[in-house]
Design a protein around this ligand. Structure first.
Ligand code: NAD
Length: 365
């Protein structure tokens, strides 16, 4: 039996409800492969501000850094909205990502067949969609210098700089090639190389790396075409690699293919500890009511197994258990369409259903 240390940051609002369910599933999935998951919880976000006067303490950051992975719920809520920006819960998130050096964001867009009807896109277009978007997270136009607003010749002029170095592109591209290797072996790099110098460097750098990954089929696509293709024929994509701003926009567009924000997991990885969290926020409107959909947090735990613990089989089991529960008709409020065969259940009950399916898989492995 090997032991892995996981730092759990439940955060605010529904964060604690969904992470406690995800934690149980993570432990059960890993135990089936003789991996003992030891978790330690830390205050993070608004609740940390209430207790310590800061959204994240240095102790918490150090503990996260020393863990094998971090599982996060969500932060924020109206109670902390008027705090100065460096005390707000979101400032804790940025500090955590910076400390962990998570320069790659992974967002899977998987359509569960039982939820086809929940999307605004037609089922025949969605059929077979299973995409992983790999977004560069710490560079590009969101961080480039110079950045300012100035008066120039009687006019107001704002400037943001899009800057990428070859080494920044290489490190995220390697993550994307490696991810494609673990999936269906196809990588589509998305840029705007007909216009932007940064994109031309991006395309050249990714192409140069391709020789190291002969088992991955590399293609390139312009970002405007990609935005169109995601709605026209999403099934054509396996892994999409792109820069910070293009990834921000494309991943939100693609997330709408799935129908609900309560279904979307994410991973942020670099060369240190990986951070795993659902895409949704703290949902103050339903917090404490056992109404939150825990499946995004559970699917984030599956990503943790795959990318930080190298336990792909445990990850597959969790994802298959989610599939089975949905196929049986169980739904949380956000994905409940009150059609025949659907059974409305709460956060804890959804966790128990996934746990039950997971146990069956662990026994039969
Ligand atoms: P939100 O994602 O919290 O909620 C948007 C809507 O989706 C709400 O109606 C909510 O009830 C619903 N929803 C979200 N997750 C759900 C789930 N798992 N199950 C069922 N329904 C779910 O976004 P918001 O309302 O814009 O933000 C609320 C707070 O969360 C804000 O303080 C915001 O800053 C914060 N936030 C945090 C993160 C994060 O921690 N990474 C991300 C986004 C928003």
């Amino acid at each position: 039996m090997t032991t892995k240390q996981i730092a759990v940051l439940p955060g605010d609002g529904i964060g604690s409800e969904v992470t406690s369910v995800a934690e149980t599933i993570l432990k059960a999935a890993c135990a089936a492969y003789d991996v003992d998951i030891q978790t330690k919880n830390f205050l993070f976000g608004g609740c940390s501000y209430d207790e310590h006067g800061t959204p994240v303490t240095d102790d918490t950051l150090n503990s996260c850094l020393q863990s094998d992975a971090v599982l996060l719920g969500a932060v924020g809520g109206p109670k902390w909205d008027d705090l100065p920006s460096d005390h707000r819960p979101e400032a804790g998130l940025l500090k955590l990502r910076k400390t962990l050096g998570t320069y790659t964001n992974l967002r899977p867009i998987k359509i569960y067949s039982a939820l086809m009807g929940a999307s605004s896109v037609k089922p025949e277009i969605l059929e077979g969609t299973d995409i992983l978007i790999v977004r560069e997270l710490t560079g590009g136009i969101y961080f480039g210098q110079p950045r300012h607003t100035k008066e120039v010749d009687g006019d107001t002029v704002a400037t943001d700089a899009m800057v990428y170095s070859k080494s920044e592109i290489e490190r995220v591209a390697r993550k994307a090639f490696e991810a494609a290797r673990k999936r269906n072996g196809r990588l589509c790099s998305v840029d705007k190389s007909n216009i932007l110098d940064t994109s031309r460097l991006w395309r050249q750098t990714v192409s140069d790396l391709a020789g190291n990954y002969p088992d991955v089929e590399l293609s390139h696509m312009l970002v405007d075409n990609c935005a169109m293709q995601l709605i026209r024929n999403p099934g054509q994509f396996d892994v999409i690699l792109t820069g910070n701003m293009f990834g921000d926009i494309l991943s939100d567009e693609a997330s709408m293919l799935t129908g609900s924000i309560g279904m979307l997991p994410s991973a942020s990885i670099g060369d240190k500890t990986g951070l795993y969290e659902p895409v949704h926020g703290s949902a103050p409107d339903i917090a404490g009511e056992n109404k939150a959909n825990p499946l995004a947090a559970i699917a984030s735990a599956a990503m943790l197994c795959r990318y930080s613990l190298d336990l792909s089989d445990a990850a597959d089991n969790i994802e298959a258990a989610i599939d089975d529960v949905l196929a049986t008709g169980y739904r949380s409020g956000d994905i409940y369409a009150s059609t025949q065969g659907e059974i409305l259940i709460g956060t804890k009950e959804m966790g128990e259903k996934v746990f039950g399916e997971l146990k069956k898989k662990a026994i039969t492995r």
